[in-house]
Design a protein around this ligand. Structure first.
Ligand code: SF4
Length: 352
């Protein structure tokens, strides 16, 4: 049944309902949006479509963003849940979130051609899991059970890994040898909540070892730092990102924790409810690591319509990291003389 579009209240009606006396403005977080791993994964699908032609199969959403997935579908990508949905001999791309060795094996068994678009920073955590499992460590993987990334990492060494969903699960943990136990984490968690989980784990197991380097990635950390700076001044924080995007959902939580009076996540500008603007002078805006900038621009346009035309960018880091494209694709691009987008992504360079 066709849905009847909701009539938006006019800016004047919103202002009359809850007058704002001071100046209205937007604090726009930087960094926001695409990270190096997402950019690389999206380019990988685009380049595969260009060089091999559709259909190109992708296991799971290439990145967790509704707009990105539907745009790639329009270009000929076919998203599947598992490799057994891919016709034998066809090309399948593994998403940025990574896959377990069992998934790689099943693709191989079916004779599929594969391109692995796993973010190198997720691969780093996989390698840590493999290395410590080989050394017979107990591994406490802090992350959200059921998230694709956690499934992939846990699948590297299921007999050595326990998943800890957060501080509330610390009490249930049992390990064989506390002195030979290490914690690792999903790359897109709340930094503060993860450190709280680690603190509680260390209360129980003082010899618990830290990962060799931070598992929560630079992009997740940088986006949280930026919104922490904005949140105390914001009456409202709008986070652009999809519901299944872990780092986007975390940004709403962090905004509220750091003092934003309200915070909402939207996929698109048309999901913004004008009642959120009642009595609001300062709006913070950010976006998750899988969100194209065009979606943020749409939200800024809507905000301008409601009087929030003044936009101040709050910059807490510069990002310039580049990841080269998956090796399977690089060879094809090289053969075709395609050097236009051999690299993708932006990275981390904290300025404060
Ligand atoms: S959020 Fe971090 S781990 Fe995930 S794709 Fe981006 S850079 Fe990689």
């Amino acid at each position: 049944m066709p849905t009847v579009p909701r009539r938006r209240r006019s800016p004047e009606e919103v202002q009359a309902a809850a007058p704002v006396t001071g100046p209205k403005k937007v604090l726009l977080a930087a960094p926001r949006g695409y990270c190096a791993g997402v950019d690389r994964a999206v380019i990988a699908v685009e380049k595969a479509l260009e060089h091999y032609g559709p259909p190109v199969y992708v296991r799971k959403q290439i990145v967790h963003n509704v707009h990105v997935v539907s745009s790639l579908e329009e270009q000929g990508a076919i998203f599947v849940e598992e490799t057994d949905e891919v016709p034998e001999g066809a090309l399948v791309i593994f998403s940025a979130h990574g896959v377990s060795p069992a998934v790689v094996q099943s693709a191989e068994d079916r004779g599929l051609r594969t391109i692995d678009a796993t973010c190198p920073l997720v691969t780093k955590v996989h390698k840590e899991a493999v290395r410590f499992a080989k050394e017979d460590y107990d591994i406490l993987l802090i992350g959200h059970e059921g998230h694709e990334e956690v499934e992939g990492t846990a699948g590297e060494a299921p007999e050595h890994i326990q998943i800890i969903n957060g501080p509330h699960e610390v009490d249930k943990v049992t390990v064989r040898y506390p002195e030979k136990t290490i914690w690792l984490s999903q790359t897109t968690l709340s930094v503060d909540e993860t450190m709280e989980t680690v603190r509680l784990l260390k209360d129980r197991f003082p010899t618990l070892q830290d990962p060799p380097s931070d598992d929560i990635c630079y992009a997740t950390t940088n986006r949280q730092v930026a919104i922490k700076k904005i949140a105390p001044q914001a009456d409202l924080v709008i986070v652009v990102g999809s519901a299944n995007s872990s780092n986007s959902v975390r940004l709403v939580e962090v905004a509220l924790e750091y003092g934003a009076k309200s915070s909402y996540r939207v996929d698109f500008a048309n999901e913004v409810d004008e009642s959120w603007f009642e009595g609001v002078a300062t709006v913070g805006v950010t976006s998750g690591a899988s969100v194209p900038e065009v979606l943020v621009k749409d939200v800024l346009r809507l905000l301008a319509d409601y009087g929030y035309g003044e936009v101040q960018e709050v910059v807490t880091a510069e990002e310039d990291l580049l990841f080269s494209l998956p090796k399977e694709l690089r060879a094809t691009l090289k053969k075709a003389g395609d050097v236009t987008r051999a690299l993708g992504g932006r990275g981390n360079r904290p300025t404060s």
